[in-house]
Write a protein that binds this ligand. Structure first.
Ligand code: FAD
Ligand code: N01
Length: 566
């Protein structure tokens, strides 16, 4: 559909913002349910994260065979992955293939940034305004804007005075960036940097890695997928997909399901070694049942990886600088190809910017607090995102009685099950705060969220009701979420999971720590209990019953035994 056609479209049932994994599936489901639908996307094509993050080395950390849609048989049969962990170009081709196959692009307008959306209490519709001033209204609004789509402000003064080129991993240009023979600085050592650094180092004359906090990283052991592996997956695909939906991370693997103390040090390290050789970060951090909850247990995994770092980096000072001191997986575990070995190259230098913080950018490079200047021709910002809430808070979202989302979330992202916010009727956030999305195979979470949204919309149409949650339901969900989060090591460490990477952001554990399977069970319970929490009704019995069916009063899952076994 052309942009002009949309401008004259009088009534739209559903507007979907975003054209990544979430937006594409939401548009598909809307059409299937018989709604008229319009997608708005600021990028010039579909792909979301995989459209934007074109930096060298970008690839997924959930195996391609599982990091993909499961809702359509033909897509799964026709698309053939070439690598264990698909690269950004392959993932972008995949999402483009899905869009073509389902003819989704005709429902989207690209290069349209949604800047404002206001609830009209009389018409009971959302008025959505884009950056070109074009307004549309819709009964339902699905914010598929992504949890890692809003690059955080870098906060480096004087960068506009720098004479060289500046890149951000998440807004990487379309052309082939050539660092051959150049002096380059990479700022940051999170997942994006860990993937980009080895490849930038191969070409650059000199590479400075500016590290404030080191990351734990596992070798991806990436390789081409063999025909027989693909055939074997295909033969069991239905069972794998079905199991994954009930696993904590939305990925189908089996672990011991037991605490570390049940194993001798030799047995324990042999199990870590097995997963290390396999290249499976989610599995590694789940090797034992208490790695996320016990500092003592976690220390065994930390020590194992620290030893691996020391095996590669024999300079003890450098090895120590590269070794994190926070619990493994309290920040996102990285997946790499040759990351630590890159520091053995003569053209690579680790610069500790905790010791010597970046003071400012100057014409010829970056000045550090001790007055030294890193003389570079290019700066790569691998500085991350205003995660989970950033993309939403950047839009002027105004609900009932003039409630502004950005203000309402100033102290914490109040919401119900990561999908609904009180005072914002008929508006849905996909993998919003307090959903398990960020800690999971996101595609599994996305499909579950969108399926639930459309189950809810069918009910709303049938019953003629507006979908709206209450502050009481939000509070109940927040209490449950806190109980679970406070049992984990996530809350002990500064990370984007707790908003600590963005100055001024409230420190709240943003994802849901109960796992994908348990979350799904609770959501199913809410639906069974008459869409409890999805109506403007302060009766919490249905919400509490859905939670109590899955967790006991201490926050222990009643389904823990099913999480680790097939
Ligand atoms: P996105 O893909 O982020 O799409 C959101 C879209 O909304 C974007 O295209 C954006 O331009 C658009 N948008 C935002 N605001 C507006 C606005 N105001 N107006 C119009 N359009 C707007 N997860 C995993 O599970 N496994 C992985 O291996 C993995 N790898 C990742 C690698 C990288 C480099 C990054 C950054 C994230 C990765 N993730 C991974 C997480 C990733 O966010 C999800 O897997 C998934 O791609 C999210 O899809 P989405 O459609 O919800 O969001
Ligand atoms: O961002 P990050 P990312 N001066 O926030 C540093 C997903 N992902 O883009 O921690 C100096 O993790 C910052 O230092 P510190 C994945 O979920 C997945 O790398 O604030 N340094 C940190 O080192 C991931 O978690 C893949 O001390 C500054 C880094 O920049 C998420 O996206 C690949 C700084 C930012 O790390 C985000 O990853 C890529 C400053 N002013 C991304 N500001 C896969 O492998 C920030 N830093 C699948």
């Amino acid at each position: 559909m052309s942009n002009e056609e949309h401008e004259t479209t009088p009534q739209i049932d559903v507007i979907v913002v975003g054209a990544g994994f979430s937006g594409l599936y939401a548009v598909y489901r809307a059409r299937k349910a018989g709604f008229s639908v319009l997608g708005l996307e600021v990028g010039s094509d579909v792909g979301g994260v995989w459209f934007w993050n074109k930096y060298p080395g970008a690839r997924c950390d959930v195996e391609s065979l599982e990091y993909s849609y499961s809702f359509d048989e033909e897509i799964q049969k026709e698309w053939v992955w070439t690598e264990r962990f698909a690269s950004q170009p392959e993932l972008q081709r995949y999402l483009s293939f899905v869009a073509d196959k389902l003819d989704l692009r005709r429902s989207f307008e690209f290069e349209r940034r949604v800047v404002s959306t206001i609830w009209d209490e009389v018409a009971q519709r959302w008025t959505v305004t884009d950056d070109q001033g074009i307004q549309r209204t819709a009964k339902y609004l699905i914010m598929a804007t992504g949890i890692l789509s809003a690059p955080k402000p870098h906060g480096i003064t004087g960068l506009e005075d720098f004479n060289g080129e500046v890149f951000h991993t998440a807004t990487w240009p379309d052309y082939d960036v050539d660092f051959t023979g150049k002096r380059v600085a990479v700022i940051g050592t999170g997942s994006s940097a860990v993937q980009a650094i080895p490849l930038i180092a191969e070409g650059a004359d000199r590479l400075y890695v500016l590290q404030r906090t080191p990351s734990f990283s596992l070798p991806a052991q990436n390789r081409a997928l063999r025909q027989d592996e693909i055939a074997a997956f295909e033969a069991k695909r239905h069972e794998v997909r079905a199991r994954a939906r009930y696993k904590p991370g939305g990925i189908d693997f089996v672990t011991t399901g037991q605490p570390v103390e049940n194993f001798s040090p030799e047995e324990r390290d042999a199990l870590y070694e097995e997963v290390w050789q396999e290249g499976a970060p989610f599995k590694f951090q789940s090797t034992f049942s208490d790695l996320r909850t016990s500092a003592q247990a976690n220390k065994t995994a930390m020590d194992f990886v620290a030893n691996k770092i020391r095996e590669t980096i024999t300079d003890p000072v450098l090895a120590e600088k590269l070794t994190p001191t926070y619990p493994i997986s309290a920040r996102r575990l990285c997946l790499d190809t040759n990351y630590y070995a890159t520091y053995l190259r003569e053209n690579v230098e680790l610069v500790d910017v905790k010791e010597r913080p970046i003071k400012r950018a100057v014409a010829q490079g970056l000045e550090l607090s001790d007055g030294s200047v890193l003389d570079v021709e290019a700066v790569v910002l691998a500085t991350g995102f205003d995660a989970i809430t950033g993309a939403l808070r950047r839009i002027n979202i105004v609900g009932t009685h003039g409630r502004v989302l950005a203000d309402y979330w100033a102290d914490a992202p109040h919401n119900f099950v990561g999908l609904l916010v009180a005072g914002f009727p008929n508006l849905f956030t996909v993998t919003g705060p307090s959903s398990p999305g960020a800690l999971s195979n996101m595609v599994v979470s996305i499909e579950q969220h969108i399926d639930l949204i459309f189950t809810t919309l069918e009910m709303a149409q049938r019953d003629g009701v507006v979908v709206e949650t209450t502050e009481a339901a939000q509070d109940a969900w927040a209490r449950h979420g806190e109980l679970l989060a406070n049992r984990t090591l996530f809350v002990t460490t500064d990370s984007w999971y707790v908003g600590a990477n963005v100055p001024g952001k409230p420190r709240v554990f943003l994802p849901y720590a109960g796992g994908v399977g348990n979350y799904r069970r609770i959501c199913d319970g809410l639906v069974e209990n008459g869409f409890a929490g999805f109506h403007a009704d302060d009766d919490l019995s249905g919400v509490n019953a859905a939670i109590d069916a899955v967790f006991d009063a201490e926050g222990k899952s009643k389904f823990a035994h099913t999480a680790t076994t097939k």
